[in-house]
Design a protein around this ligand. Sequence first.
Ligand SMILES: [Ca+2]
Length: 239
Amino acid sequence: MGGEATSYLLGVGGDTGRPSTVLATTRNLSACDLASAHWSGADENPIPDNAMSGLNKSQGQLVRADGSAMQSTDADLGLSGKTVKGHINSAGGVTMGKAVTHLIGCDSAGGGNTYQAEEASMSGGCRPMTVHAGYNGTGFTDFPTRNGVLEFTGVDGGEGGSCTMTVRYSLARGSRTADLSVNGSNETITCTSTGSPAWKKWGTMSKTITLKPGKSNSIKITSSGQDWGNTDEITIVLP
Ligand SMILES: [Ca+2]
């Protein structure tokens, strides 16, 4: 589960002038939209990334604009769901027309697993640093010109297969390459300048990788003569 994951999602269509609208929900929704989502459960196998302890399949919690906080089931969700129907067809308040069903917050909660570089294994001259602001977590990893190794172990591959790996990094100028090894593979990754202010401006690069099922994956970045950008975190989005 991503360390940055939020526990609650906010309803874009929530309006205190419309008592039946949904203001917030627990994050264990299968989609970012009340009209199409169901509640994901901690009892499912594999356990969804956004599952929450104590909430099983078809169990969630939501807060409506009338102040009611309620335990919910899948029967409340969907276009014709008991709660969502009342949400959509509400009237009044500052909203024009029907209430929208999109939610804020699930893009990050359900959008992948994030692993902080400063919590990963470092060797060969890689070291944790905090001297440049803007990083997530508690720091980032600085690489030497060559042979510096940053290794993420225990990476969750879900059911296995093709995934998107996004590296959040900072690079003052130019571009640099490094070796990438996913469970022993030999690949090359490239990062390009993230602009100014130098080293304080963070950006991302993405690459499609293949992971094994389960949490036994290793992702290793090794500097190979060009150094490599300061690395803040990686995020894995499963298919
Ligand atoms: Ca970090």
